[in-house]
Design a protein around this ligand. Structure first.
Ligand code: DQA
Length: 144
């Protein structure tokens, strides 16, 4: 299968910001681990990060219109909690999307308990650090 890992706002600073919450591994290091896991299982994976909401919408459209992947792992960062534009983009495409969070959003501030994306996602993984992405990948792949 072909997967696309999308990271949204502020995720480029992973490993540098709020280390107690998000750990010390950089996004590049996390992506390398996801890539190794995917390739070990015969899958391929592409990566995309943007801080700009519209660019994330465009990437979802591109995946759909150009059929670039079979599934998307999406950590939208804070956009998760209020972006109806991203929600509509996920609803518009026929590619399964898993909402991913490194932290357990339900154990944090109340505004993080709300996701406007979950309802249109195939599933949600939250709280396992970098392993949340791998767990989402396994979920999309299923057990054969
Ligand atoms: C996050 C959780 C969000 O609430 C936060 O805004 C982020 C990261 C996570 O991976 O735990 O930027 O999506």
């Amino acid at each position: 299968m072909k997967f696309l890992v999308m990271n949204g706002v502020n995720l480029n600073l992973t490993g540098m910001r709020e280390k107690g919450v998000y750990g010390t591994e950089t996004l590049e290091e996390i992506n390398a681990k996801i890539k190794a896991f995917a390739e070990n299982n015969g899958d391929s994976v592409d990566f995309y990060q943007s801080n700009i909401e519209g660019e994330l919408v465009n990437k979802l459209h591109e995946a759909y219109l150009q059929k670039t992947c079979d599934g998307i792992l999406f950590n939208a960062g804070a956009y998760t909690h209020y972006s109806y534009a991203l929600r509509d983009a996920i609803a518009a495409i026929d590619i399964p999307v898993v909402e991913v969070h490194m932290s357990n959003v339900h154990a944090r501030e109340e505004f993080r308990h709300v996701s406007v994306l979950s309802e249109v996602c195939k599933g949600v993984v939250s709280g396992f650090g970098a392993a949340s992405y791998v767990a989402a990948l396994v979920g999309l792949k299923g057990i054969n």
